[in-house]
Design a binder for this molecule. Structure first.
Ligand code: UD1
Length: 424
């Protein structure tokens, strides 16, 4: 297992190229199951999670051509040879659960392991299953597996989501493209990744209206065709590096960062005293001199402040000149990074869904443990500003979602080294 050693205190200056969006890419890969024609995905992020999804798709019979470190992934689901997604391939990464809907829509049945909880919360899938049931699928849960069948095909239905769930919106939208009749998703999630998936599906011949609003209408079609499609840039990766620069100070151009999808974060950064400029090539982040101002954050579904940026913003607020509060409204247990940040000398107190962050003058490097994907990168941000040396352990979490993190940051002046973690 690897760990990162960070020598803190350097400002960041230069350019960082933003990769394709993980949260979108994984679902676009699953969408390849909806057609028997070739699908080419460009701007694919090379991540542990995307490689993991590729392995599951291979298990299902999808032909895949994706050389290591290549940003083009070719998939061909001409023959689906298995409709079983086994426990070991679903428990490690929740997005793999999203093969259920495409399999059900294309083949009429699927057996997919329940994903189980994860460090940040229970993360149930009842909205997904209720939607497929409303579309005519028979669903039983047996021995930890969802067994779903719609042998005469899925039917269009009206789906009223109890909460604008990103996963359930994407999953239902994908399955509805091949259903008979029209599906309405009400109270749909409005995240940019949903628009990205809808754009790819529309390019494949699907009829979808309203993606990006709270009401999506999908008219089912007989068949979808192949496509060559470029994955949208990763607004979470861009936001993470924006906060790294805001924390250390410096001047970095985030090349290809999708400014329009980052408005809530940009607003919060401006209020903290960080200069954010939208340029033709991307988004420039600058901070020189003055201390950060404290800013409160209320985490909400898009277009509100993203839960995937909450941990990084908390790291930033640890060195602000005053007290800020963070309210996490999406997941019940997404503050595992708070005690780790306190190991750097931060002063964070968590009570229920509210974290109060009392800014301190400076952080001091410490050995810390990554607990989940976004939490782990908040520890990297703290390590970059802290005096002295920081050791971040369990960085497999980081490798799930950040492509070439050390290379990108080191090119801007950071000092991060990856070494093997030797257990005692
Ligand atoms: C969520 C985030 C998404 C983020 C991802 C990974 C939101 C709205 N969603 O997406 O931005 O990229 O985590 O960190 O910010 N729920 C149920 N039953 C279900 C589905 C969801 O009760 O069937 C609940 C969840 O427990 C959670 C909320 O609804 O409290 C939102 O979940 P959802 O958006 O589905 O989660 P993800 O798709 O994982």
């Amino acid at each position: 297992m690897d760990k990162l050693i960070i020598k803190g205190g350097n400002r960041l200056n230069g350019n960082i190229r933003i990769s394709g969006a993980k949260n979108s890419a994984l679902k676009l890969m699953a969408a390849a199951l909806l057609t028997d024609e070739p699908v080419e995905l460009r701007n694919m992020p090379n991540l542990a999670d995307s490689r993991f999804m590729a392995r599951l798709l291979s298990t299902l019979g999808v032909e895949l051509y994706w050389p290591q470190n290549d940003s083009v992934c070719r998939l061909n689901a001409v023959d689906i040879t298995s409709t079983i997604a086994p426990y070991d391939q679903v428990r490690k990464m929740r997005a793999t659960f999203n093969v259920l809907g495409p399999l059900l829509a294309r083949v009429g049945h699927a057996t997919v392991s329940l994903p189980g909880g994860c460090a940040i919360g229970a993360r149930p899938v009842n909205f997904h299953l209720d939607a497929f049931q409303a579309m005519g699928a028979d669903i039983v849960i047996e021995q930890g597996y969802v067994k779903a069948a719609a042998l005469r095909g899925l039917k269009g239905a009206v789906i009223d989501l109890p909460f604008p769930s990103v996963g359930a919106t994407e999953h239902t939208m994908m399955a509805a493209t091949l259903a008979k009749g029209t599906t309405h998703i009400n109270n749909a999630a409005q995240e940019p990744e949903i628009v990205d998936i809808a754009n790819m599906l529309k390019g494949m011949g699907a009829k979808i209206e309203g993606a990006g609003t709270s009401s999506i209408i999908i008219e089912g079609v007989e068949k979808l065709n192949g496509i060559s499609y470029s994955v949208m840039p990763d607004r979470i990766e861009a936001g993470t590096y924006a906060m790294a620069v805001a924390a250390t100070g410096g001047d970095v151009l985030l090349e290809g960062a999708p400014a329009n999808e980052m408005t809530s974060l940009i607003d919060h950064l401006n209020r903290a005293g960080v200069s954010v400029t939208v340029e033709d090539e991307g988004v420039r982040i600058q901070r020189n001199g003055a201390r950060l101002k404290p800013v409160d954050v209320d985490v909400q579904p898009h277009p509100g402040f993203a839960t995937d940026l909450q941990a990084q913003f908390m790291a930033l607020m640890t060195i602000a000149d005053g007290t800020s509060t963070i309210t996490e409204n999406i997941f019940e247990n997404r503050y595992l990074h708070a005690p780790e940040l306190n190991r750097f000398g931060a002063d964070i107190r968590v009570q229920g869904k509210v974290a109060t962050v009392h800014g301190v003058d400076h952080l001091v490097g410490a050995p810390v443990m990554a607990t989940d994907l976004r939490a782990s990168v908040s520890l990297v941000i703290a390590g970059l500003v802290a005096d002295g040396e920081t050791e971040v352990r369990r960085i497999y979490h980081l490798d799930r979602g950040f492509e070439n993190l050390e290379q990108k940051l080191n090119a801007c002046g950071a000092q991060i080294q990856r070494t093997a973690e030797v257990s005692a």
